[in-house]
Design a protein around this ligand. Structure first.
Ligand code: PEP
Length: 252
């Protein structure tokens, strides 16, 4: 890895009620207080955002949201706006997670609008991309990622993208216990960085954080982080317990 500060992010998905979220955050603050030079983010459910923010206030942990809607406000029942996320204390927004693509009709086009809104509001997007098992087996991994990146980032200009991170999350590795090997992950991360270089420029590509997600655990994080193009992790299941997640954060 070059001079990129690693990002280790915990996606709590639809887990934890308000008090569980508060206590996990409280524990995590203590467990990772000595960690330096790693950006740490947790993304609880919307109802816990403001509560968790109070617990992590002043710590080295940032708050992330699991989704955003692109309209400013209005009759959009069940959606959440950038102003709401900012007022709850968010810094990051996870966009285009494969579960949202799979279950909630998220497309590259909606992802594109969400990234636009996120960047315009000063929040930092984490764009999730990844191929299914079938796509990998039929050797479509690179073409799928190419499309997700080109369409997801369509019509952005270079200056827009400083705060964007990309999470490569092979769908077949999410919540399955199957992790991509470090070589498989490195190969794809390198492909993504080259594509960003081609589409935008090499300076942006070498500064951009490309993180890996898919059954990351305390016992596989170090080997992944040793690869030159892997700049962190997006962690689902193993982020739910503060102690386990803290071990991932302290991967060195
Ligand atoms: C995720 O939700 O982004 C994820 C990678 O989940 P898990 O770590 O459980 O595979």
């Amino acid at each position: 890895m070059q001079n990129r500060v690693p990002l280790i992010a915990g996606n709590w998905k639809m887990h934890k009620n308000c008090s569980e979220a508060e206590s996990t955050a409280e524990e995590l603050v203590k467990l990772v207080s000595d960690v330096k030079n790693v950006d740490i983010m947790i993304a609880p459910s919307f109802v816990s955002l403001a509560l968790v923010n109070k617990k992590i206030n002043g710590s080295n942990i940032s708050l992330g949201a699991q989704n955003i809607f692109w309209e400013k406000e209005g009759a959009f029942t069940g959606e959440i706006s950038k102003d709401m996320l900012i007022s709850a204390g968010c810094t990051y927004v996870i966009i285009g997670h494969s579960e949202r693509r799979q279950y909630f009709n998220e497309t590259d086009e909606t992802v594109n609008k969400k990234i636009k809104t996120t960047l315009a509001s000063g929040l930092k997007p984490v764009l999730c991309i990844g191929e299914t098992e079938q796509e990998r087996e039929s050797k479509k991994t690179f073409s799928v990622l190419d499309k997700q990146i080109k369409n997801g980032l369509q019509s952005f200009i270079l200056e827009d993208l400083d705060s964007l991170s990309i999470a490569y999350e092979p769908v077949w590795a999410i919540g399955t216990g199957k992790t991509a090997t470090k070589e498989q992950a490195q190969e794809v991360h390198n492909f993504i960085r080259s594509l960003i270089s081609k589409e935008f420029n090499s300076k942006l590509a070498s500064a951009m954080r490309i993180i890996y997600g898919g059954s990351v655990k305390p016992d596989n994080i170090s080997q992944l982080m040793n690869m030159s193009d892997i700049d962190g992790a997006l962690v689902g299941g193993a982020s739910l317990k503060s102690e386990t997640f803290s071990k991932i954060v302290k991967f060195k």
